[in-house]
Design a protein around this ligand. Structure first.
Ligand code: AKG
Ligand code: FE2
Length: 246
């Protein structure tokens, strides 16, 4: 089924450059099946977030039942074509994302409120700006090139949700690098410096070196399939498909 043809579905795009045919130098839509270049030597990742201002990790924030229902909905209604990345947008005409995302959106206040500063929380939860959801499917070996999500197109406060399998997200800035283990059910937020100043990416690998909490013992974690849901607010005027407005 093509979710784009569903009655009342949000604006839908699975084509690579529907919204991103711009000369922005940031990487946006990406082919995640093949590594664009040799991957640098991995740093052992840990589940403790690195000291990057504006990076927040909410470990195991999603109840197992919700993880399963989201993964099941993605499998049955989204990953039905060969595409492994799908973008959904809200707009005035289509103010909601698909209903299978509702339980996640409903839970976000409970997860984020105790930790995030109120203005950031407000932007993420209550902004009238249109919302975008990116749904990504990574098979073992797939990744995403280091990038900054387009700063002119998306607001601060990017929420990421990991499902099914673990991966390692790498953060780089001015020669500094950190790696963070993301487990199923984890939620992360990129804001401020972490969102605008640091690149984030996922190396094209089939396994990751992980260090335990103390930074001591290392073990190799084989990647399984991973699904992710990324939620962002689109800046004013950035939701017009085909009109870059820049
Ligand atoms: O899979 C993820 O958690 C990250 C996805 C991402 O960075 C993006 O789509 O811009
Ligand atoms: Fe990103």
């Amino acid at each position: 089924m093509d979710p784009g043809s569903r009655e009342g579905s949000p604006c839908f795009s699975s084509s690579r450059n529907s919204l991103f045919d711009s000369d922005d130098d940031e990487v946006e839509q990406q082919d995640r099946e093949s590594a664009p270049e040799a991957t640098s030597t991995p740093i052992a990742a840990s589940s403790t977030p690195p000291p990057i201002p504006g990076l927040f990790l909410f470990p195991s924030a999603l109840p197992i039942k919700l993880q399963h229902s989201l993964a099941a909905a993605l499998s049955s209604s989204v990953w039905t074509s060969s595409s492994n990345q799908v973008m959904l947008f809200t707009s005035t005409e289509r103010p909601s994302l698909p209903s299978f995302l509702d339980p996640l959106l409903d839970l976000l206040p409970e997860i984020l409120s105790p930790v995030l500063p109120p203005p950031l929380l407000d932007l993420i939860l209550h902004s009238p700006l249109p919302r975008q959801a990116i749904l990504n499917l990574y098979r073992p070996g797939m990744g995403i090139t280091p990038h900054v999500d387009l700063p002119h197109r998306y607001e601060d406060g990017i929420v990421g949700v990991s499902l099914v399998g673990s991966t390692v997200m790498d953060f780089t800035h001015d020669g500094e690098a950190h790696s963070l283990l993301l487990r199923p059910g984890d939620v992360y937020v990129l804001s401020g410096e972490a969102r605008f100043g640091w690149k984030h990416g996922i190396a094209y690998r089939e396994e990751d070196w992980i260090s335990d909490e103390t930074g001591g013992e290392l073990f190799l974690l084989k990647r399984r399939m991973r699904m992710s849901i990324t939620l962002r607010r689109m800046k004013e005027g950035a939701n017009v498909v085909g009109d870059e407005g820049e």
